[in-house]
Write a protein that binds this ligand. Structure first.
Ligand code: NAD
Length: 362
């Protein structure tokens, strides 16, 4: 999997280049719905992926986003051993003012017409309330509120997966997975970041935190005795581990040369601005990178549990597999002398190829 889309000319060329099975354009002028559903791969099961609502500047930008995100979902599900494929959807519009019950229910009907090939959940710009509206038209939706049988807040599981990913990396770099005495910089102390800070402080880790929300920064700092850092100074911090839990592309040409971290492991999607090049740069600099789509898979595992009827205990067990999966990625990366992100991609692709073979016999 490459972080960058190849230069292509037509929509169908883009699907071929990125390996997509199907893309559905949804247009309902009566409710104002304009959405794109991308089904990337269904070898392992129905395509599972969130619905993002975003004010894209163009349809081309929305398409590029949904193609990239749905592909990552295929890899995320495959490497964490889930029996679902990868998909994603985007609704074009302003999530603060452009939403209505009718729009969400109309969108639910488009999902229903896919007969279970795509199952959706919450993402940026959509809420459990939106999932409830979608549920009125189709059962192919997860992430509904706990009060109507949903699995609840995914960020606890996401944070746990990130914490275990950090542990697996610490074992590799420092010889044991004890975190006490280590230092971690958590960038972004929102839902996932705060849970992560709690887990780390529980193990006596020195935790530096940064957030653009000054009030939240002070709150989390005093609650967990973490050390606040100015957002523009974070790459001058001499911490063992950098946990990006805010936004993507923070690991780039500009930041890597200043980094003194031994490990990068966080929840933010696509922290490497260019997957291949920056993955390689980190390897050459001796910084161990835990692939984001693997260690932040707790949220998707939570949705998967809702679909399969698993309880919280099973969700946590599946999330705990992230430790071993991260160890496997590191081993393959060392054996093949490739970056950890390439190693993760290979493991995910291998599982899909293997399962494709067993499905060919009746
Ligand atoms: P959130 O919105 O609750 O928290 C994000 C935090 O980052 C906020 O407190 C925000 O103020 C802060 N932030 C934004 N820009 C910043 C900057 N430049 N510097 C420092 N802080 C900044 O989001 P979340 O649910 O905690 O998710 C965090 C990241 O993890 C996101 O990138 C998300 O896509 C990813 N992720 C989340 C989940 C999940 O279960 N919530 C699952 C997988 C991936």
């Amino acid at each position: 999997m490459s972080g960058k889309s190849p230069v292509v000319t037509s929509i169908l060329d883009q699907l071929t280049a990125l390996g997509h099975k199907k893309v559905v354009f949804c247009n309902d002028p009566d409710t104002g719905l304009k959405a794109i559903i991308a089904v990337h791969d269904t070898t392992l099961g129905p395509a599972l992926g969130g619905t993002r609502m975003w004010n894209y500047s163009s349809e081309a930008e929305a398409l590029e986003d949904v193609l990239r995100l749905s592909r990552t979902m295929t890899y995320k599900a495959a490497i964490t051993g889930l029996n679902v494929g990868g998909g994603k959807a985007v609704i074009i519009g302003d999530s603060r003012k452009g939403k209505s019950e009718a729009m969400m229910r109309s969108y639910g009907r488009f999902i229903q017409n896919l007969n279970g090939e795509f199952i959706t959940a919450e993402d940026v710009g959509t809420t459990t309330r939106d999932m409830e509206f979608i549920r009125m038209e189709t059962k192919h939706v997860t992430g509904v509120p706990e009060s109507i049988g949903g699995a609840g807040d995914p960020s606890i599981y996401t944070a746990k997966g990130v914490y275990l990913g950090i542990k697996a990396c610490v074992k590799e770099v420092f010889g044991a997975d004890m975190l006490a005495g280590k230092s971690v910089l958590v960038q972004g102390i929102g839902s996932v970041g705060e849970h992560l800070v709690e887990l780390l402080r529980h193990e006596n880790v020195e935790v530096f935190i940064s957030d653009i929300d000054a009030e939240r920064l002070q709150y989390v700092a005093s609650k967990y005795k973490a050390k606040p850092v100015d957002a523009d100074k974070i790459f001058t911090i001499d911490a063992d581990i950098y946990a990006p839990c805010a936004l993507g592309a923070t690991v780039n040409d500009r930041t890597i040369p200043n980094m003194k971290f031994a490990i990068i492991a966080g929840s933010a999607n696509n922290p490497l601005a260019d997957e291949q090049r920056h993955g390689q740069m980190l390897m050459e600099k001796g910084i161990l990178f835990a692939p984001d789509y693997l260690i932040n898979a707790g949220g998707v595992i939570n949705c998967y549990s809702e679909l399969t009827g698993y309880g919280k205990k099973r969700t946590m067990q599946l999330t705990e597999n992230i430790y071993e999966a991260t160890r496997n990625v590191i081993q393959l990366s060392k054996k093949e002398n490739i970056s950890t992100i390439l190693a993760a991609n290979r493991i995910a692709e291998q599982r899909i190829a293997d399962i494709k073979k067993i499905k060919s016999s009746y």
